[in-house]
Design a protein around this ligand. Structure first.
Ligand SMILES: *[C@@H]1O[C@H](CO)[C@@H](O)[C@H](O)[C@H]1NC(C)=O
Ligand SMILES: *[C@@H]1O[C@H](CO)[C@@H](O)[C@H](O)[C@H]1NC(C)=O
Ligand SMILES: *[C@@H]1O[C@H](CO)[C@@H](O)[C@H](O)[C@H]1NC(C)=O
Ligand SMILES: CC(=O)N[C@H]1CO[C@H](CO)[C@@H](O)[C@@H]1O
Length: 404
């Protein structure tokens, strides 16, 4: 009941109250904080005009560049699943908690699509390997090298980032200036908002693994059904999902609480990672990792957004995938080892036959027992003719005297 009143209030507020355009950060913050109590607003981008930060708020071009492409759909059978009322992937997979909870910073580049997806890839790689493969996969690698992913720092497609993970693999990386992984996030993207050129090599000189053997791959990417319980079942079974939502003018001011849209026009589409859910003061929420650094907002870079009501479209483009080993591909490996065994056996047997044949041939033995063995050997090697070995030995061969 309480929830229904809340929903009703939500439907009224944005339309009635956000008519007049507020100018300063202070006015907007004041408006948000005095008109609702679900979430609090504050200063996040001090001294900046939000219009200069548009790449942060608008980094998604769409679901897939090919409108005719059919993304595989995932619908979980919920029959025997009891979903908890609150869930946090970090505490469910403590061996991967630092990867799941790692808040990154996309800087001035509109690369949220690469961050949300590589974060999900890293989580799932860690979870599926039970914490034995723990690394942040590189947003830099995807932003600079995925040619089918859209417009790099001007926005891209989360689904093709997952496809790229499947077909090309993604190397390890880390935040700007972190000096971690093969391709940490670069200054070009972070400071200038421009994607660097793609290089098939690690940019971090202190990283010891080679570029190709650092590739990690995905498989079976899919779109999760938009029902709340379906998204929950997916996160509960496999870990975080990547989602897309509309950023309105009020969102950049988020500090704490459960966000819902109360003020302002749409600024763009933003991709993020949902890692769990819960309820706060009666408001159900998704727990979400943003990619605007740890100092954005009051929750260390995380935020909570109203769950269940398709708030800002956050339940519409939910993507997941599985991790797989790319090098060596397990199937290739089996065939390769079999062919190696067969080939080396054949060569060894062949060499043995040749050797035995040589040793047993009369010609070979007569030379072997000659006193001037070394010179004969040299002569023999010079005039070696395999065909002669196969002649019947009945006719006594007469050797030419050796000349010196
Ligand atoms: C999608 O399919 C329609 C009909 O088959 C075709 O006319 C259109 O060109 C296709 N669009 C793309 C982007 O391939
Ligand atoms: C659910 O559990 C029942 C009883 O254990 C079992 O018969 C059924 O196959 C299960 N359904 C699924 C989808 O696993
Ligand atoms: C996963 O790792 C934990 C320790 O991190 C270990 O206790 C557990 O047995 C492992 N599970 C499997 C299935 O290997
Ligand atoms: C209903 C309500 O609290 N309205 C307030 C919304 O915020 C503006 C600006 O702070 C106030 O003037 C309204 O009273």
């Amino acid at each position: 009941m309480e929830h229904n009143i809340f929903v009703f209030a939500l439907m009224l507020f944005p339309s009635c109250l956000a008519q007049n355009t507020l100018n300063s950060h202070e006015e907007i913050i004041e408006f948000i904080n005095s008109n609702q109590s679900s979430w609090t607003a504050g200063v996040n981008f001090a001294g900046k005009d939000l219009r200069d930060l548009l790449p942060l708020f608008d980094g998604v071009r769409g679901l897939h560049p090919d409108l005719n492409f059919t993304i595989p759909q995932m619908k979980h059978n919920l029959e025997n699943i009891t979903l908890p009322s609150s869930f946090d992937a970090r505490s469910n997979w403590p061996q991967c908690a630092d990867i799941i909870g790692n808040i990154l910073n996309q800087g001035l580049c509109g690369s949220c699509w690469a961050f949300a997806t590589t974060e999900v890839m890293s989580d799932r790689l860690c979870i599926q390997s039970n914490g034995t493969v723990k690394m942040q996969l590189s947003a830099e690698d995807v932003v600079s090298c995925c040619s089918t992913c859209g417009d790099k720092c001007q926005g891209g497609y989360p689904s093709t980032a997952f496809q790229y993970w499947d077909t090309h693999g993604v190397v390890s990386g880390g935040d700007y200036l972190s000096n971690s992984g093969c391709k940490p996030y670069g200054s070009s993207e972070f400071d200038n908002g421009v994607a660097a050129e793609c290089h098939q090599a690690c940019s971090n000189p202190s990283y010891k693994t080679s570029h190709n053997s650092d590739k990690h791959c995905g498989a079976n990417f899919y779109q999760v059904d938009g029902q709340e319980s379906q998204i929950q079942a997916e996160i509960y079974a496999k870990g975080a999902v990547s989602v897309v939502f509309t950023v309105y003018e009020d969102f950049p001011y988020y500090q704490t609480g459960v966000y819902y849209h109360i003020y302002g026009a749409a600024l763009g589409l933003h991709a993020v990672k949902i890692i769990g859910w819960g309820t706060e003061n009666g408001h159900p929420y998704w727990l979400v990792a943003n990619s605007w650094g740890k100092s954005w907002g009051g929750l260390g870079g995380f935020f909570k957004i109203l769950r269940r009501l398709h708030q800002c479209g956050i339940e519409k483009q939910v993507l997941g995938a599985d991790s797989r080993v790319c090098f060596p591909n397990p199937e290739d490996d089996v065939t390769r080892s079999w062919s190696t065994v067969v080939l080396s056996t054949v060569s060894i047997v062949f060499l043995l036959i040749v050797l035995v044949f040589c040793i047993c041939s009369e010609k070979f033995r007569s030379i072997m027992f000659d006193s001037r063995i070394q010179h004969i050997w040299m002569n023999y090697l010079e005039n070696f003719n395999c065909a002669s070995l196969f002649k019947p030995s009945s006719e006594n061969t007469v050797y030419e005297p050796l000349k010196y």
